[in-house]
Ligand binder design. Sequence first.
Ligand code: NAP
Length: 251
Amino acid sequence: MVENQEKNIVNKVIIVTGGSRGIGAEIVKTLAKEGYTVILNYNKSEECAKNVKNELAQLGITVDIFKADVSKPDEAINLVQYALEKYKKIDVLINNAGISQSKLFTEITNEDWNYMINNNLNSVFYCTREAVKNMIHNKQGLIINISSIWGITGASLEVHYSTAKAGIIGFTKALAKELGPSNIRVNAIAPGIINTNMNKEYSVDEINKIKEEIPLERIGNVDSIAKCIKWIIEDDYTTGEVISINGGWHM
Ligand code: NAP
């Protein structure tokens, strides 16, 4: 911590959407342990959010938790405003919140489609639009969006999920071009299969079959994503990139 203060990174204020569980929770823990000021956003899993906060508190580390359904524009704005009122700036926004659903294309209802796009793509737009106003004013900032391997390759039975995650990639590249002159970087991470609740519906047999297709012969862990996030924050010249972390499943 003292070392981090010397590096002056404690001053960076970071919002992590969907930080209550899975990949987001690991990102929160990794960055908070580095000494960054982290705001953990959650929606439904208040207990999980409190558990992350308490786990860090036992190490003497404080994180803020803030409930907001980022698929709703007003709540996304509330999240960003909370950070600004408390810390006066936002240095990094990590758009991690997301949901998944597996369905035959012809059975995807309008409600399924809209729910997917609202939670996985519109949420990124709502949070980013609000946060970058402050970043543009400060002439510095970083957005990291969590896409997916399926946003690159497309997944059968997940057309709506793949569409949202592909949208994030276009969003990332276009915004990186528009905001580069304001010294704001925009990058995405496209994970393969990572061991979280999102994949709990896969059977052991299905997971084993997937492993056979992956050159590293294993599915990923949340810390691989968190370590990459930490690196992107420390870097200063990478923008408009989509970083694949998938064990070589897709190259
Ligand atoms: P997870 O374990 O199911 O966690 C999802 C997180 O997103 C939870 O913290 C949840 O919060 C939050 N969330 C969902 N909708 C939200 C909303 N409207 N507002 C605020 N928070 C919301 O999933 P995960 O595997 O960690 O996934 C994290 C991200 O990685 C997602 O964008 C996912 O698409 C992406 N991804 C995951 C994998 C994988 O294999 N796991 C692969 C590629 C990409 P609450 O429970 O509090 O609502």
